[in-house]
Design a protein around this ligand. Structure first.
Ligand SMILES: NC(=O)c1ccc[n+]([C@@H]2O[C@H](COP(=O)([O-])OP(=O)(O)OC[C@H]3O[C@@H](n4cnc5c(N)ncnc54)[C@H](O)[C@@H]3O)[C@@H](O)[C@H]2O)c1
Length: 335
């Protein structure tokens, strides 16, 4: 972890709430906070999260930094009272809870409205009422939707192409309105394609990297949506966790801001296959199929704003990030 982050949190114990703590980003962020000796309350309803992640966090909290503490609450953020209770006494909220899938959002729009919008509104409002200092939340590159200009710059969003994209867009608008109406500060991080340990490889809606790695480790063929020219901006989870911590450290003017959270580089799926071949050999099996509804074809973040205002400095190359991810998945599938 960056020295600048370690130094900032040394000797000060703050109270954090991590929503979606049993999920991929929530678990990793919580582990970083515990390493820093912080106090963390985590909440999850397990709609996609995993109990094994909570067990891992509990074990980590017991065995590592003795100053840290972790409390888990099973609860649903669509319930306002739950949101009020869980934000009481909290300094900073990291809102990671949502259902994170474009294709799923096209199948069950109501479910997405409730978990990605109603839940967002309640936890945002409860955070304000509880006097939380800053609300840091996961937005998505899906807000760029129909805007095909690359790289994506924060001001130039497009029309959302999916219910998931619309929900994230609405979240940002609420966050801005809460600042304009009540002066409640927030930082939204528009995640691009994050990858790394604890990302679920099992779900039918799993992200591309865990899905493909699982297939390769099980000696099965994986399917490429489209002809492999689709590009994605893959960002390793430790860089994203660091950016969240930098969002806490921000001391500039009060605002409701949004920042791109990516690597600043785009990689085609064919290039990703090339890197995987470096690890697994050129005989890995895969097939090309149709493009997937609602998916954007090209994706690349411009991270100038996050670098300038938050001091973001992504450190992990795709090669390095994939090597670390493979350590995790190899261990997972050996169990
Ligand atoms: N992983 C990515 O590449 C990516 C990209 C863009 C945006 N995001 C956003 O980042 C956030 C974290 O994503 P992730 O990859 O960790 O997803 P994840 O599915 O691994 O984690 C999300 C967690 O939120 C929980 N949750 C959902 N609805 C809830 C509710 N109503 N109450 C309580 N808990 C609830 C789930 O059970 C799950 O544990 C999400 O907001 C997602 O939309 C992720």
């Amino acid at each position: 972890m960056d020295k600048i982050i370690k130094d900032r949190f040394k000797g000060e114990k703050l109270r954090f709430l991590v929503t979606g703590v049993a999920g991929f980003v929530g678990t990793n962020l919580t582990l970083r906070l515990l390493e820093l000796g912080q106090s963390v309350t985590g909440i999850d309803n397990f709609i996609t999260g995993r109990i094994s992640n909570i067990e891992h966090i509990n074990a980590f909290a017991r065995e590592n930094n003795k100053d840290a503490d972790f409390k888990f609450i099973r609860g649903d953020l669509t319930d306002l009272e739950t949101c009020k209770n869980v934000t009481e006494g909290i300094d900073y909220v990291f809102h990671e809870a949502a259902i994170a899938s474009v294709p799923w959002s096209l199948k069950e729009p109501e479910l997405f409205h409730s978990n990605n919008d109603t839940a967002f509104f309640h936890i945002l409002n409860a955070s304000r009422l509880s006097g939380v200092k800053r609300f840091i939340y996961a937005s998505s590159s899906a807000v760029y939707g129909s805007n095909l200009n690359m790289p994506s710059v924060e001001e130039n969003t497009g029309d959302p192409l999916s219910i998931y994209g619309a929900a994230k867009f609405a979240d940002e608008i609420y966050a801005k309105a809460f600042f304009n109406s009540f002066g409640f500060e927030s930082i939204g991080l528009r995640y691009f394609n994050i990858y790394g340990g604890f990302q679920d490889p099992y779900s039918a809606y799993a992200a591309v990297i865990p899905t493909w790695i699982k297939k390769i480790l099980q000696n099965e063929s994986f399917a490429v949506n489209g002809d492999g020219t689709t590009t994605r901006d893959f960002c390793y989870i430790d860089d994203v966790a660091a950016l969240n911590l930098l969002a806490v450290m921000y001391t500039g003017e009060k605002k409701a801001a949004v920042y791109n959270a990516g690597s600043g580089k785009s990689v085609s799926l064919n290039e990703l296959i090339g890197v995987l071949k470096d690890f697994f050999g050129s005989d890995i099996k895969y097939t090309y199929g149709p493009f997937r509804d609602g998916d954007i074809r090209f994706s690349e973040s411009d991270i100038t704003k996050a670098k300038a205002e938050l001091g973001f400095n992504p450190r992990f190359s795709l090669n390095e990030g994939l090597r670390l991810s493979l350590d995790y998945y190899t261990g997972l599938f050996k169990k």
